[in-house]
Design a protein around this ligand. Sequence first.
Ligand code: F6R
Length: 642
Amino acid sequence: MIKSGIDKATSFEKRFEKVNTVIFESSEVASKAVAAEIAALIRKKQEANEMCVLGLATGSSPKRLYAELVRLHKEEDLSFKNVITFNLDEYYPMEPDAIQSYVRFMKKLLFDQIDIDPENCHIPDGTLAKEDIADYCKAFEAKIDALGGIDFQILGIGGNGHIGFNESGSLPNSKTRLVTLDHITRVAASQDFQGLYNTPKTAITIGIKQIMRAKKVVLFAWGEGKSNIINKAVEGPITEQVPASYLQDHPNSVFVVDKGASSLLTRVNSPWVVEKVNWDAQLIKKAVVGLASKLEKPVLMLTEADYIENGMSDLLTEVGDAYDINIRIFNKLQHTITGWPGGKPNADDTNRPERANPPKKRVLIFSPHPDDDIISMGGTFMRLQDQGHEVHVAYQTSGNIAVADDEALRFSNFVVDYNRSFGLDNEKSLEIYKKATKFIQDKKTSEIDIPEVRSIKGMIRRSEAKATSYYVGLTDEQIHFNNLPFYETGTIEKNPWGEEDVKITMDLIDKIKPHQIYAAGDLADPHGTHKVCLDIIFESLKRLKSEPYMDDCWVWLYRGAWQEWDIEDIEMAVPMSPSQVLAKRYGIFKHQSQKDGVVFQGSDSREFWQRAEDRNRETAMKYDELGLAHYAAMEAFVRYKF
Ligand code: F6R
């Protein structure tokens, strides 16, 4: 199913997919394959003494592509002297040197690192007077036309299906123009602008018509967060509501997606309706859970007819009758439920998710930001502590960028008052307070905070994390702040992980020698921090694998604030009573700086405690609907074997 090059999908896949779609193991592999294709095109044009016209996108999707093109330039002599680029879009208004400008983005990630002639780089101008935009857009298109159109167009896709900033409702003949941004687009962008209020309302974008004229179009989509819109654009009808669906009509377009983004395509989600499959245990579970959910029936109520009418008759032929399959899956689901996440002492653990022994385990919970532990596994955290295990929590990053400026001033002012009231030396505190106040008053949108302000913000989150851990019952020796360096850029954009990050993490694991590690396996986190935090843990585990204590170490992945595991993947489901749900809520409330409209809300307007409760309730409801016991809420985990 997963291809190594960007070749054509098979005819089976085509039954459901209306545009050529290629699934790669990861965005890294995919980006390299596309970069190789672009490099080949540039070289071919060089040999023919021709210019190569590239259409480029910004956003998170093409970042790895640009990194690979830079590598090809530096290590494999790929020259960009014959390349002319046109970027899809730019916010309006926008100064080219602003932190969020696409000019700055492109220079940093690509143009400044290759030998392209700056004159050949075109990005819509965000500084024009409004009345000049229409003429400018005409000239921009004319320039592309004069070069014979775009040879190779790179696209990302918005949550609403936009390409460029052609939002839902854009017509197929739309031209390069000034557009009003969709609310969804602005909410997604608001992360870069410190809130929706500061986010531009308009942008200049190349139109659909010009994109459709490109000789080749490659659209990138990474992560489960994109799976819904990819499903619509690839398998749904062509509609202006999902502008990316226009590409179904393009003669040479490819959707290049990773496993996460492909997860709702029919061939991935229900492969048995696409082709003959090998019914392994996991696929049977997925198919039966999917069937029960679709028909809104408990698993034990599914009939032979239900299987046959839903394209699963060969499962019956190969595996057994419906009655046996139903019982098998029911039991599997049942065995995932446990009120003893650290294992139940002195109990038969044959069918339990965790081992009974040792009865008292050393547990290490990794929390990427200071509140993920309580938000994502607060109920389990409390149970582990209450059931007598030695629970440690490690806050991987400081989380300082998610604190509002006025909070920082409030706390710094508090310190000044505190010192004054108790007659303590106040000189240094006052100096810092004044410096922070002056900086924040003059701060331009999204200017990077000075170190003092960043520290204050970090301290606020640290004190909140401690408050939660004390609330659960931990002592200071059990609370660890890793302050991983990769995070400390002061901007949304983080550095890749480095040796120091791995060393800090390895040292802690080695010190605690845990029987259980909990980590955030939440790859859809829009800021990417969770993914880097997880990669650091995986790398540390790999390096520590030969240590004897690691044989007894089980790793459980929870999901962060953004999404939950699919029911068929859950290996441990920890139920919560109504009062445990409330206790968890109070634990989340300790994170006061993250309440009431946080800086990085994302596209979900619910507060974190609401999201957590809704999600835990939904998981419990799904188990209930499948015919298992009815609990108030459930937290879910998947075991990672290394
Ligand atoms: C950016 C652009 C947009 C993005 C899209 C996806 O130049 O035109 O259409 O490609 O919003 O953004 P990411 O890649 O950040 O998910």
